[in-house]
Design a protein around this ligand. Structure first.
Ligand SMILES: NC(=O)c1ccc[n+]([C@@H]2O[C@H](COP(=O)([O-])OP(=O)(O)OC[C@H]3O[C@@H](n4cnc5c(N)ncnc54)[C@H](O)[C@@H]3O)[C@@H](O)[C@H]2O)c1
Length: 311
């Protein structure tokens, strides 16, 4: 099968591309390399058609999606701070880019679009753990852009018969999440500091919680979303269904690393939610997906990988 992965040179996208190549798909990647890197696709470079361009450019999306049966739309400016600084620019990519992918899919006869949404859409209001039908209350332009895009994705199923699935990723971690990028996840930043023997700064008191999910599990959720029968605008959490505080996360990493400096604490960040934990029943029932990797095991694997690439 020929498939498109937008954002396929990024952290999550590159793991997805590797899995698709491994199962024999012909993979086209559309990525503007703003945070993604060619190096992330080094292992599959010969087998992937990497097209450098923006999802905000409809013509580039039309070229990339031609002949593709399924599109995995991972491309986004995945940074809450960046969307607060430059919402017009990020909206054009995160919202406008998604509409471009939907419309290009329709024009090209692409059967299914799987969209990387975010737990950020819930904000801080919903009772925990959050199920997909909980009220949404986005707290940042990033979350608003993801939510608006998700509405389009959902509605394009009944309106136009496009098979769509929106996956609300919780906090994804794993190899290739770039700790040097200002958009990085907290886990990679902690690992980077630990390997350098430096103290990380935790924003707030560290008791905020997140539902961490390993990138390999997120890939499996995408593959399940690509094969499930008649998804019809399905919106689905992708998480483990477990809360871990940042203090617990840092303590686990410090333990796995055999020691680490005490963390420093700074002011809480605007737009950050306090607690987050998913109900994962729908993913299990509708996609047959259950996250397999315990957080501690995923952290151990990440630490090993980071040590092997440090230098
Ligand atoms: N990492 C997480 O915990 C998490 C959580 C929820 C949702 N998500 C979503 O998952 C997706 C992948 O995120 P990631 O963590 O791998 O981040 P990432 O920054 O590594 O990946 C995003 C990719 O999209 C590309 N991109 C950015 N703007 C583009 C544009 N205009 N046109 C084409 N490509 C563009 C980047 O170069 C990069 O390769 C994003 O949609 C993100 O919002 C991630």
């Amino acid at each position: 099968m020929k498939v498109l992965v937008t954002g396929g040179a990024g952290f999550i996208g590159s793991h997805l591309v590797e899995a698709l190549v491994a199962r024999g798909d012909a993979v086209v990647v559309l990525d503007d390399l703003s945070t993604g890197k060619r190096a992330n696709l080094a292992a599959v470079a010969e087998k992937v058609d990497l097209q450098v361009g923006s999802v905000a450019d409809r013509a580039a999306v039309d070229r990339a999606i031609a002949g593709c049966e399924v599109a995995f739309h991972q491309a986004a400016i995945a940074s809450v701070p960046k969307t607060i600084e430059a919402p017009v620019e990020t909206n054009a990519v995160n919202f406008g880019g998604t509409l471009n992918v939907l419309e290009a899919a329709r024009a090209a006869g692409t059967r299914r679009v799987i969209f990387a949404s975010s737990a950020a859409v819930y904000g801080d209001e919903a009772p925990l753990p959050v199920a997909e039908d909980a009220p949404v209350a986005p707290l940042s332009p990033y979350a608003i852009e993801k939510l608006c895009a998700e509405h389009y994705v959902r509605v394009w199923a009944p309106l136009f018969g496009l098979e769509t699935v929106a996956l609300r990723y919780f906090n994804v971690f794993g190899p290739r999440q770039d700790p040097k990028s200002p958009y990085s996840g907290v886990v990679s930043i902690f690992v980077d500091r630990i390997l350098k023997g430096e103290a990380p700064t935790i924003f707030g008191d560290g008791e905020q919680t997140r539902d961490f999910v390993a990138v390999a599990d997120v890939v499996r959720a995408n593959l399940a979303a690509a094969t499930v029968d008649r998804p019809e605008g399905l919106v689905c959490n992708v998480a483990r269904g477990e809360a871990t505080s940042l203090n617990q996360l840092y303590a686990t990493l410090a333990d796995l690393a055999g020691g680490a400096p005490d963390a420093l604490y700074g002011p809480a960040r605007a737009g950050d939610v306090r607690h987050s934990r998913a109900v994962v029943d729908r993913a299990r029932d509708a996609l047959g997906f259950v996250a397999k990797t315990p957080v501690r095991d995923g952290l151990a694997a990440l630490l090993d990988w980071a040590r092997s690439t440090a230098g």
